[in-house]
Design a protein around this ligand. Structure first.
Ligand code: S3P
Length: 172
């Protein structure tokens, strides 16, 4: 388990909560990629609004590269779209175990609607069809992950247990 661990999945899947707990359990440093980007470049919705998605993906790639180049293997919670950008995906394939937190589109929509985070790609009132369409498009990318956790009805602690168990079993 010497590689970085990148937690991936759709918006509001719980990547940050799970990533933070996982890092604590493994005694690793934790990075929330969206937070790292915001610290350097300003709030994510503002980046999308003023500079567009392409600029955001390029900031995301830059910050991810810095984390990956760090010597100590860390845990990083990705933004939901990080794996859609080919250079970021290639970097992750080379240097990290990707862990997919899998929930249904219906569960994700409920979580997105409850969350206070603004998701620029879905707008202020996310619809079921928008979530379903974007999730369907991204699912093949998430499914390429080294570890896939069917996280429905699982607490974050149980998800973390399942991740550690699968990594220990040497599946990736
Ligand atoms: C995005 C997800 C967001 C954030 C940005 C783009 C996406 O992160 O990176 O709004 O393309 O799915 P979360 O997955 O934490 O919401």
């Amino acid at each position: 388990m010497k590689r970085h661990i990148a937690v991936t999945g759709f918006m509001a899947a719980g990547k940050s909560t799970i990533g933070k707990k996982l890092a604590r359990r493994l005694n690793r440093r934790f990075y929330d990629l969206d937070e790292v980007i915001a610290k350097k470049h300003g709030p994510v919705p503002v980046i999308f609004e003023q500079l567009g998605e392409a600029a955001f993906r390029s900031f995301e790639f830059g910050e991810l590269s810095e984390i990956i180049e760090g010597e100590e293997p860390a845990v990083v919670a990705l933004g939901g779209g990080a794996v859609t950008y080919a250079p970021s995906l290639e970097l992750l394939k080379k240097s990290a175990y990707r862990v997919f937190i899998k929930l249904s589109a219906t569960q994700l929509l409920t979580r997105i609607r409850r969350s206070k985070n603004v998701r620029p790609l879905l707008g202020k009132a996310p619809t079921a069809s928008a979530v379903e369409a974007l999730y369907a498009k991204r699912l093949p990318l998430y499914m390429q992950s080294d570890v896939i956790i069917e996280a429905a009805h699982m607490t974050p602690t149980r998800v973390v247990d399942a991740i550690i168990q699968q990594l220990d079993e040497g599946k990736p």
